[in-house]
Design a protein around this ligand. Structure first.
Ligand SMILES: [Zn+2]
Length: 308
């Protein structure tokens, strides 16, 4: 049995996951930005101990997926959601408390590992996971290994530039993929172009299905930018599979046709039509990603350790 901890911007989920990817039970804690780290860590410990007690199991290890950037030694880099966690190393601290090994990855990398382990394209040698919701992120599995860059950094596939004349992004670029094709970007564009101020991504998708012209334009624009970004990933990596996750991709059927046209138009040099491009079918990518992170570090191979 694996302990799984998914540290997000609005909540921290704690769960028990079997090595075959079954979520046995979970609990949710709110993310409190002002809460000091020791108290927050204690909340996580108590929640996990409670699950262990309830199900009378012992933990083999603990995997963590966390929002934001993570130093190669496992320490969280400061971020706006959890300022008190900056420089802290929850993998090491949970490992010490529970007396088991622990590993941590960025949550997008963790979700990519869950797809590789248990998803619809499990075992795919070259797999790219893309999550599209309020932002765009992802993780890359190359030759069955989680790919990381120089100094162990997490590559930011959501922030490659699609159109330099596009909106400014916090990443420093203008017109990056996230700034043009995230759910936030689709919503902002629709509101500015005859949409209502209370429209969100879900409403826009619903209205597009009902034939609303502004919503349909917003969806078509979204699909085009989504397709260009996917085409870039396909041209650069020529992966075996791309798995789409995140809230907006639950409506993939709305975007699929135009996105595929963009891919077809932009990928003249690689066999794009051989790539399996599909949506995720994992119900709990956060907690399964956390568990898959432990398996990747300790259950499958010993490379790229963020040890506790
Ligand atoms: Zn950006």
């Amino acid at each position: 049995m694996l302990g799984a901890v998914d540290i997000g911007g609005t909540k921290i989920a704690v769960g028990l996951v079997t090595v075959s990817g079954e979520l046995v039970d979970s609990a949710t804690l709110p993310t409190r930005p002002a809460q000091p780290y020791p108290a927050a860590l204690q909340d996580v410990i108590s929640a996990l101990e409670n699950l262990v007690r309830t199900h009378q199991v012992s933990l083999t290890g603990i995997g963590i997926g966390a929002t934001g950037r993570i130093h190669p030694d496992g320490a969280l880099q400061p971020n706006a959601f959890l300022p008190a966690w900056g420089g802290r190393n929850p993998a090491r601290d949970l490992s010490q408390h529970f007396g088991v090994t622990s590993a941590i990855e960025n949550d997008a990398d963790a979700a990519a590992l869950a797809e590789y382990q248990w998803g619809v394209c499990a075992g795919s040698e070259r797999l790219i996971y893309v999550t599209v919701s309020t932002g765009i992120g992802g993780g890359i599995i190359l030759n069955r290994q989680l790919y990381r860059g120089v100094g162990g950094c997490h590559p930011e596939i959501g922030h490659h530039v699609i159109d330099p004349s596009g909106p400014a992004c916090f990443c420093g670029a203008t017109g990056c993929w996230e700034s043009l094709a995230s759910g936030t970007a689709m919503t902002a564009w629709a509101r500015k172009n005859d949409g209502k101020s209370d429209w969100d991504a879900r409403i826009i998708c619903d209205l597009a299905e009902q034939g609303n012209s502004t919503a349909r334009l917003a969806v078509a624009r979204e699909a085009g930018y989504l397709g260009i970004g996917l085409a870039n990933l396909i041209t650069i990596f020529a992966p075996d599979s791309i798995v789409l996750g995140g809230g907006l991709m639950q409506r993939w059927e709305l975007f699929q046709e135009n996105a595929m046209i963009a891919i077809q138009n932009h990928c003249g040099l690689v066999p794009w039509d051989k790539i399996r491009l599909t949506t995720s079918n994992l119900q709990h990518p956060g907690l399964l990603g956390a568990a898959a992170t432990w398996l990747h570090h300790f259950g499958v191979n010993d490379d790229l350790r963020h040890t506790g």
